[in-house]
Design a protein around this ligand. Structure first.
Ligand code: SF4
Length: 181
């Protein structure tokens, strides 16, 4: 279920109270299923982040998903060519809501050093990004810091956010079909 502090409970004699929003958000935050979309060197740093030294399992994240349908955090690590951009978008669209995106490293975030005709100058040209991790490559500590920021967002996200006008207009901006009531 998650850590007790995530539930922000009110303690009484023989009972604890929280809200449904907070219980669901705590469960989501502590069981994020990442989909690593790793294309180059930053992907190797992500592999190090998964290893025993840094150990993402501490955060309930040891279960990698290579199917978008069973993932809620898209981790894009590496250079994305313009040819690959539609595939990245398709993977994002196939993920069920609610979903989050972590852009790892300079290439994914801005094209990095590859200011060329063939490289996408940032994945936020095709999909919305929640957190950007700077670096070329970022250290595993930086990737973990980015993941912690995603956890904060997950923990504090209201249940109805994905049905809000603001979220719908974000999806419209990217020409992605959003949630319908
Ligand atoms: S940001 Fe640097 S380390 Fe990461 S994929 Fe690009 S060139 Fe490689």
């Amino acid at each position: 279920m998650g850590k007790i502090e995530d539930l922000q409970v009110i303690n009484g004699e023989g009972y604890q109270l929280s809200t449904l929003d907070k219980v669901i958000a705590a469960a989501r935050k502590n069981s994020v299923w990442p989909l690593p979309f790793a294309t180059s060197c930053c992907g190797i740093e992500y592999m190090a982040t998964m290893g025993s030294n840094y150990d993402l399992a501490r955060f309930g994240m040891e279960r990698m998903s290579f199917s978008p349908r069973q993932a809620d955090l898209l981790i894009v690590a590496g250079t994305i060519s313009k040819k690959l951009a539609p595939i990245l978008k398709q993977v994002y669209e196939q993920m069920a809501e609610p979903k989050w995106v972590l852009s790892v490293g300079a290439c994914a975030s801005s094209g990095g050093i590859f200011d060329t005709y063939s490289v996408l100058q940032g994945i936020d040209r095709v999909i919305p990004v929640d957190v950007y991790v700077p670096g070329c490559p970022p250290r595993p500590e930086q990737i973990i810091d980015g993941i912690m920021k995603i956890h904060e967002m997950v923990k504090n996200e209201p249940l109805r956010r994905r049905y809000s006008d603001e979220y719908k207009s974000l999806m419209n901006k990217y020409n992605i079909e959003g949630n319908e009531e």
